[in-house]
Design a protein around this ligand. Structure first.
Ligand code: SF4
Length: 417
């Protein structure tokens, strides 16, 4: 299933993402209005305009880290005085912008006409986009989206709808283009129907042994970020889900002797995907699920698909604007993870404390305790950085992961699981 095994879905993904970036560059050259967005800005809005394209610097940074150029891009930002303590996505992007994407596998990103950040994953991204705002004198729209420590309140929902409408008016004014409600509604339909297929793909991981790994989901989530609101989402995720189900019916499993079923909490370690998945497979361990890729298209406290009645696209988008993990308090995070642990028959949880993403990592020690004490599943905390490999030690991480596997074995030998 992984891209390096050249499955049909892997080949399709490579073509899709490559073409997506090339089309983005070409349309920008041809005069499209270009926006850069934080990952949870509702990109479907842009499809409501005739000629607006968007780029996602976080997704581009992850791609650069996966291709092995993350560290040298970080160093370019550090040479300008930015601290190593800043999120590595920000450092990669600032480094990339400093030399117009010389090392980027996508030839960088086209220069934006508008920056749109969103303050409910972290406030760092608003400061990061302000760097470009000052350097290039480009407008910066900050979506103010409330954190959620409990289910979204009607007043918060209405406030988010107001933010989306304000964004639309701002783009109309800057671009001179008119917003078309039918095109926007169609784009939301594309996203929602694509996520349905994504959920079918993830659901195949419930089978023991699993026909998928979380590493597949890390790799294949990219279209959700860069091609939202397009029919490509459904096409790709349907292919992916079909392939997983075919592998299941043909008894083709990525970890043939699956002895340990694990769950991952935090952003993917982009620079380690191949190495980590192989080393885990050698140990008979399969990370079958991850909070990072399970939260797409959900609402707080659950990894289940949030259904849309296909009526009001503003309502659906506002309701799912908090789907990512960072805006959630510990209670909601624990609730979603505890359910997933049961649904996926998880034996142990890896909490990846991410040196870059503090908002994702902040509650993990308490969550580790709750998973152990309240769900009865052992858990371990390892140190990673999602895109800066200088802040990751493979040996230290695996010492802890192997200790987790030993805990699982010990519990089994005592007949506790
Ligand atoms: S700190 Fe986390 S939420 Fe903020 S930009 Fe980095 S990865 Fe995204």
């Amino acid at each position: 299933m992984t891209e390096n095994k050249k499955s049909n879905a892997g080949k399709h993904l490579t073509g899709l993402i490559g073409k997506g970036y090339m089309d983005l560059h070409q349309r920008a050259v041809d005069g499209a209005f270009c926006v850069w967005i934080a990952i949870n800005v509702p990109a479907e809005v842009f499809a409501g305009f005739e000629n607006v394209v968007y780029a996602v610097p976080e997704s581009h940074a992850a791609l650069c880290a996966g291709k092995g150029v993350g560290v040298s891009m970080c160093e370019k930002a550090e040479a300008q005085g930015y601290s190593m303590d800043l999120c590595s996505y920000a450092r990669i992007d600032i480094g990339n912008a400093s030399d117009n994407g010389k090392e980027s596998p996508t030839f960088g990103l086209p220069r934006p006409d508008l920056l749109i950040s969103n303050n409910n994953t972290c406030s760092l991204i608003t400061k990061w986009f302000d760097v470009h705002h000052r350097t290039w004198d480009v407008p910066h729209f900050i979506m103010d989206i409330p954190f959620c420590y409990e289910p979204q309140k009607p007043k918060d929902h209405a406030y988010i709808v107001g933010q989306i409408k304000a964004l639309i008016r701002f783009i109309e004014k800057l671009s001179g283009q008119s917003f078309n409600m039918d095109r926007y509604t169609e784009a939301v339909h594309h996203t929602w129907s694509g996520i349905r297929e994504w959920k079918r793909f993830l659901a195949s991981g419930k089978h023991v042994p699993s026909p998928i790994t979380a590493f597949d989901s890390f790799v294949h989530m990219a279209p959700f970020l860069t091609l939202r609101g397009t029919p490509h989402l459904k096409t790709h995720f349907t292919l992916l889900a079909d392939e997983a189900e075919e592998n299941l019916s043909s008894s083709r499993f990525p970890v043939e002797k699956e002895r340990y079923r694990l769950f991952w909490d935090n952003i993917a370690p982009w620079h380690q995907l191949r190495k980590m998945s192989r080393r885990l497979a050698d140990l008979g361990a399969n990370i079958v699920g991850a909070s990072y890729t399970s939260c797409m298209g959900t609402v707080e406290g659950s990894f289940e698909l949030y259904e849309w009645d296909e009526k009001d696209p503003f309502d659906y988008i506002a309701r799912t604007m908090n789907s990512y993990m960072c805006p959630h308090g510990m209670v909601l995070r624990h609730k979603a993870m505890a359910r997933a642990v049961k649904a996926l028959s998880i034996d142990g949880v890896i909490f990846a404390s991410n040196r870059s993403c503090k908002p994702y990592s902040i509650t993990q020690m308490d969550q580790q305790r709750k998973i152990r004490d309240e769900v009865g599943v052992p858990a371990v905390l390892i140190e990673v950085d999602h895109a800066d490999s200088r802040k990751y030690s493979e040996e230290s991480a695996f010492v802890r992961i192997e200790a987790l596997l030993e805990q699982i074995d010990a519990a089994r030998s005592r007949g506790l699981v």
